[in-house]
Design a protein. Sequence first.
Length: 287
Amino acid sequence: MIRAVAGGPMLVDGSRKGKILCTRSRPAKWTKRTVLTESTGGQRVHDRAVASLNELVATAAGNAHRDDPIAATTGGPAGNARLTAWTGLLLLALFLAETFTLISVGHFITAHILIGAFLIPLVILKTATTGWRIARYYLGTSDYRQGGPPPTALRLLGPLVILTGLAVLGSGLALIALGKSSFTTIVSIAGFQINALTIHQASFAAWLVVMGLHVLARTVPAVKVALGKESVGARVPGGSARGVALAVTLALGVLTSVLVLHFSGGWTNHLLERFHHHHHFGYPPNG
Ligand code: HEM
């Protein structure tokens, strides 16, 4: 298990007195339970914050990683981490492509819709693999308990990563379902006219901030885990099942993008009409 502690009087003895500061980020030499005793409340909060920050930085830099047990057949937590890492990296590549279309959605609307729809099954897979780990952890499965939770900041960010991601994709799909009415004002708040398109734009802005932080913290570890650098020499069973899961997800991505594009004709035409009418590139104004 992973232990790291900063500052304050410590006792490394495996006893259960006092508070565990942090249960992850392990430089290999820390193997015992690290317990803090005899410190004031303020000092303890400070120590805990410093330990959390150290753990976060070490994780983001790829210097600390959980000891994920490797189970037979599926690979268990180590297999789960690999599938999550590969899915994350594929998502990252597609996010970059999708962000590129934002340079001029007017021009790249077809690519924007195709990539956005292709993302849906992958985002569901990512939610499923991390959701599985979260559920196993909270249900007390020993393998996943042994791995421990993510660093606190990422643990808190996780649900927002899922919610904002679903909001962007959901509101994007809603635009296609709504067609022309995407531009109809739903409500006016302080002079701002809110319609389905502004909801899509606002959820994108929220998602960008949250995902920016997630990607900053998770890209280096994702590369290391995907390349097997975290379990050097150890075989993690379940590789072909993971490959099949990814291949099926990508095939579903193709299917989703073709279907969504098929239904998006009306919306795209309407957008292009407005786009030419207003003679400017990017989103047309609301109203
Ligand atoms: C909409 C897209 C995504 C969703 C919904 C999502 C969701 C999550 C959630 C809920 C967690 C658990 C909390 C945490 O440990 O931080 C997580 C972990 C992780 N994510 Fe993402 N994520 C997405 C995109 C990405 C991308 C683009 C990357 C690649 C850079 C990535 C790489 C990772 C990694 C490496 C972990 C740690 C997994 C582990 O502990 O084994 N994710 N993700």
